[in-house]
Design a protein around this ligand. Structure first.
Ligand code: ADP
Ligand code: MG
Length: 573
């Protein structure tokens, strides 16, 4: 049956749960599914493919789930992950929680066992009350028991995922639902095309005036763009607003490229100065969470001396860490448009502020330049990333996927982004293991070349998906920063018995993993080799893994967040 004209179908034909789920998703423009087959959803995946949906089958649900979360972020439609019951469902939960934490729309659809058996705990195949388990980890969770409720169930899941602050939704589909047969016409009529799934949210006029008064009163304003602003996909308005204010801005990692990182107002290279010295900070789709030191502490200067303006779609975010002088609760597009409409006569901030920021930025950029140009063997992070910076400058549409500790921290500040949503990383929790799922979804959803810059440890969490990359022939170049360990490759077991807890097999041949599945595998020992290999990979569009051998001494503990590790005060002999 064809979803597009199903509403006009005559009766006497039948449909079932399988087809209604497919029709409901397609009716709502959801055509891609990230999946691991198995009982009871194997046929559902097959039928989705047969009905023209793009079904990407993974090797592990956590990677399929990360792919779905990424798809949601990139498209503003819920990314869908389809898994089997209990163990597959549990494997999908980390990504569901990750999507929710990042405010990305995602729907985890898992098959489950029969209610009559689960609820009496009679011991069904993979028996688990999945709905109860999922609830605290996502924005909403629903179970569909009857075929005629599939339309409502999917409509609710879509609305919950994308409206207001986006997040993850769990949808439980017991095996018996799939085979339930109903009249095709009744089924078609039960489907819902969700109208205006993420309605505009307009801030009140007095809130807009208040914010403009506070911003106008600032002598040292600072704007902070977060991934909520990138998600909003109103790039021209964000740029216009930033430029109209004339204020320096910094971008949280995934907001990089919303305006090009070489923009004259970009203060990324003067981050310490602007956080400390600013007198008014306007947050646009960024939370004052741990990633910003909760808006207090040494990096922020004296507490309660700054005013905060906060644009966010979620009213509960206001005052979560610091008092907000001007809350602007609304969606970013509507809010910035309203602000702009009243900023015709806007005076730029005092030049002593902008000049101080520019001077600091120029000095830091100059100090960094020689480190980035080194061609040392063994490679250090700066030499390697300096070359990748050049490659990305020549390929502004390439998408950078990035995870690791040092690999993440250094790449974030070294590699400039010049277009929106071209940097995808570990998000709010700092999840290791997002790499291959993210790379695959980015390739599937955008068709752009993908370069995944991966710490060797981070890569290990999802490395088996190189087979998926090869199987679907995706234009993904994985660069493993191989320093032979977690943080560094030099730890030893003090007793001499085993390898140190943070080391790996020295100079592992990750390149052979890609070769094993028919892709290209290359080893790079110098920055020159690395640059050449990545350029070749982008030009060929072939799945490639570049094993970039980095000095095992080069990393630091937990990258730049080593301070989060508790310290033992006890010294045992
Ligand atoms: P970052 O980590 O980049 O700082 P966060 O994930 O902390 O970004 O913050 C993103 C914020 O953006 C969240 O508080 C979320 O509620 C908000 N947000 C998401 N979409 C929109 C939107 N369309 N309009 C306004 N705010 C949004
Ligand atoms: Mg490492």
């Amino acid at each position: 049956m064809d979803g597009s004209d199903s509403k006009t179908e005559v009766s006497h034909e039948l449909t079932d749960g399988f087809h209604l789920i497919i029709d409901a998703l397609k009716l709502n423009g959801i055509n891609n599914v990230y999946h691991v087959p198995g009982i009871p959803v194997t046929d559902l995946g097959r039928m989705m493919q047969a009905e023209g949906m793009r079904v990407i089958s993974f090797r592990h649900e956590s990677n399929a789930g990360n792919a779905a979360a990424t798809a949601g972020y990139l498209t503003r439609k819920p990314g869908v992950c389809l898994t089997v019951s209990a163990p597959g469902f549990l494997n999908g939960l980390v990504s569901l929680a990750h999507a929710t934490t990042n405010c990305w729309p995602m729907i985890l659809i898992s098959g489950s066992s029969e209610r009559e058996i689960v609820d009496l705990q009679k011991g069904d195949y993979e028996e688990m009350d999945q709905l109860a388990v999922a609830k605290p980890l996502c924005k909403a969770a629903y179970r569909i028991l009857h075929a005629e409720d599939i339309g409502v169930g999917i409509a609710r899941a879509i609305r919950a995922a994308v409206s207001g602050r986006p997040g993850g939704v769990y949808l439980d589909i017991p095996a018996s639902l799939l085979g339930q047969v109903i009249d095709a016409k009744t089924g078609a009529q039960s489907l819902i095309k969700v109208i205006d799934p993420s309605p505009a949210q307009i801030p009140a006029p007095h809130a807009v005036d208040r914010a403009l008064d506070v911003l106008k009163g600032a002598r040292k304003p600072l704007l902070i763009l977060g991934k909520g602003a990138a998600y909003a996909q109103c790039d021209a308005i964000v740029r216009q607003f930033v430029e109209r204010t004339g204020a320096p801005y910094i971008a949280m990692s995934m907001a990089k490229g919303l305006l090009p990182d070489d923009h004259p107002q970009y203060a990324g290279a003067a981050r310490s100065l602007v956080l400390k010295e600013s007198d008014c900070v306007m947050l646009i789709g960024a939370r004052l969470n741990w990633l910003l030191g909760h808006g207090q502490g040494k990096q922020w200067g004296e507490r309660f001396t700054k005013k905060f303006i906060h644009v966010d779609i979620d009213p509960k975010e206001m005052d979560s860490n610091q008092p907000i002088s001007a809350p602007l609760v609304g969606d970013i597009e509507s809010t910035l448009s309203l602000l702009l409409a009243r900023m015709d006569q806007w005076a730029p901030p005092p030049t002593d502020w902008t000049e101080a920021v520019n001077a600091k930025r120029a000095a830091n950029v100059e100090r960094m330049a020689p480190r980035l140009a080194n061609n040392n063997v063994p490679m250090d992070f700066h030499g390697a990333l300096g070359r990748l910076k050049r490659v990305f400058a020549d390929h502004p549409d390439a998408i950078l996927v990035n995870e690791g500790a040092n690999t993440l921290d250094f790449a974030r500040s070294i590699i400039d982004m010049s277009r929106p949503r071209k940097r995808l990383d570990v998000g709010t929790w700092g999840v290791m293991g997002i790499g291959m799922g993210t790379a695959i979804a980015a390739a599937v959803e955008t068709g752009h070349p993908i370069v995944a810059v991966e710490g060797d440890s981070a890569f290990g969490f999802s490395g088996m998906e190189v087979e998926t990359i090869c199987r679907y022939g995706l234009p993904v170049c994985v660069v493993v920063f191989n320093n032979s360990g977690i943080y560094r490759g030099t730890d030893a077991d003090p007793t001499g018995r085993d390898p140190g807890t943070t080391v790996f097999v020295r100079e592992s041949r990750y390149d052979l993993m890609m070769q094993a599945f028919g892709g290209e595998g290359v080893t790079a020992r110098s920055p020159d080799d690395l640059e050449r290999a990545v350029r070749d990979a982008i030009a060929s569009g072939k799945p490639t893994l570049v094993n970039a051998i980095i000095d095992p001494e080069a990393g630091t503990e937990s990258g730049r967040i080593g301070n989060l590790n508790p310290q033992s005060a006890v010294q045992r002999k």
